[in-house]
Design a protein around this ligand. Structure first.
Ligand code: ZN
Ligand code: ZN
Ligand code: ZN
Length: 445
């Protein structure tokens, strides 16, 4: 309680224990990220003591989530008092498209700046709002912003190309020392389910999607005792940990090629909720004069940088991967994506990347190009480049009966018998599919 000696003197005179409780900096720090900024400001307005507590304690406004703030949302019908002056902006014929779409947030930022709150914000959540690339450029580059972790998942009116340019400008070699302040950007994944308005909490406190709880509630109830309640709850709450699940696709759709090069350029400076594939075919290839070395290092197998979309376990043959399986805390932090939801109690990329213990700490992510014809989309078996060299078209296809077992898996002579056909492992899943008469939908179309 030593942080606010002045506050404590006043607190003794007040008939409130809340002030005493919150005057404990540990309690305050754990509590404020859960409170909307409007509640914090209302609390600060109740008395001189609360005003001191809210506005003089560091980090009270460190985590700012505006995604559910009505006046930040671009819905004219719902704009409340906070948006009134914004409505006037629209009447000005000189207003640009960026002013128009960025207006509601700009107004909030100006208010927060005037009240000397904006400078304290280090984690800023703008998911689902109308956010222009100009606004993000400001957040990244203007001195009055100190945002380290920014979340702009499912935002509207954002020009991705301009965002890429803003990011590349922020990390240019001639940038001022100590910039960019931004260290982590959530952009590629859906916003957190816990923030959606149709969220329902069941009596056990397990959040689920509104529709699902109604239509499938009975099924879930029946399965409840068979599955680990804790695991399911964690899966639902901490969607980001699916990255560690080794169950195939983790990124709903592959971002455009411009993003591949943007993430490459930002590597080591700004982290994202996606990472580049580290498959061996992306590393610079050997000169064509060199004939030794694994097949995948030859120039004609080289692949451009690409964002990883799939989480896989170790190779079915050798349990490993040519690039190595990343282990959290020992592998470079840049191998790991930011996990959802953005952390409440810290604004560092390390906190944002730390997986929950239950989901493990080993991570192997690949892009689709690296998995083509070597990953079974049904049972998720995968054969690495050291164990399996995909036969040339028309040579090995169909000769699937003579199996050499996994003994050939130690790299010197990668197996060339077809292991995956039409997205299914030949040995098990393809046979099973053919017996059942159904074809694979195919993630490769
Ligand atoms: Zn292998
Ligand atoms: Zn790849
Ligand atoms: Zn399979």
């Amino acid at each position: 309680m030593g942080d606010n000696p002045g506050t404590l003197t006043h607190a003794a005179d007040l008939p409130t224990t809340l002030l005493r409780l919150l005057s404990n900096s540990l309690v305050l720090g754990q509590t404020v990220p859960y409170l909307p900024v409007s509640s914090l400001l209302a609390l600060g307005a109740t008395s001189k003591s609360f005003k001191d507590l809210i506005h003089r304690t560091p980090n009270v406004f460190r985590h700012l989530d505006l995604s559910n703030v009505k006046s930040a949302q671009f819905e004219i019908a719902n704009i409340d008092n906070g948006g009134n002056s914004w409505r006037n902006v629209q009447l000005d014929e000189n207003v640009t498209e960026d002013d128009f779409y960025g207006g509601p947030l700009l107004h909030i930022f100006n208010t927060l700046r005037r009240r000397r709150i904006l400078q304290d914000v280090q984690t800023l959540i703008l998911d689902g709002l109308s956010v222009t690339s100009e606004l993000i450029s400001d957040i990244i580059s203007q001195d009055h912003f100190n945002v380290r972790i920014l979340s702009i998942r499912e935002v509207q009116n954002l020009n991705p190309r301009k965002l890429q340019q803003a990011l590349k400008y922020a990390i240019r070699p001639s940038r001022p020392a100590g910039t960019p302040k931004l260290k982590g950007l959530y952009f590629f994944n859906p916003k957190d389910a816990t923030l959606t308005p149709n969220l329902h909490y069941n009596p056990n406190g397990i959040p689920g999607y509104g529709g699902m709880m109604h239509s499938e509630g009975a099924q879930i109830g029946a399965e409840w005792n068979q599955r680990s309640g804790d695991t399911l709850a964690q899966e639902m709450v901490h969607g980001g940990d699916r990255w560690y699940s080794s169950t195939g696709r983790v990124l709903a759709k592959a971002p455009s090629a411009d993003w591949d090069s943007t993430i490459l350029a930002c590597q080591g400076i700004i982290s994202f909720d996606a990472v580049l594939c580290r498959g061996p075919r992306h590393t610079p290839s050997l000169p064509s004069s060199q004939t030794s070395g694994p097949w995948y290092q030859k120039a004609n197998y080289h692949l451009a940088p690409k964002i990883a979309t799939h989480s896989i376990g170790g190779c079915f043959g050798c349990s490993r991967a040519p690039e190595g399986i990343s282990k959290f805390r020992s592998s470079p932090l840049e191998n790991f994506p930011l996990l959802a939801p953005p952390p409440l109690h810290a604004s560092t990329t390390k906190a944002a990347k730390t997986p929950f213990m239950a989901s493990g700490y080993k991570l192997l992510l690949r892009c689709l190009d690296c998995l083509r014809n070597r990953f079974c989309e049904s049972c998720h078996k995968w054969w690495c480049e050291d164990c399996y060299e995909i036969p040339e078209q028309g040579h090995g296809a169909g000769s699937s009966n003579q199996w050499e077992t996994a003994d050939s898996a130690f790299g010197r002579h990668p197996e060339k018998n077809v292991k995956v056909h039409m997205g299914l492992c030949v040995e098990h899943c393809l046979v099973a599919e053919m017996m059942s008469g159904a074809g694979s939908n195919g993630m490769w179309g």
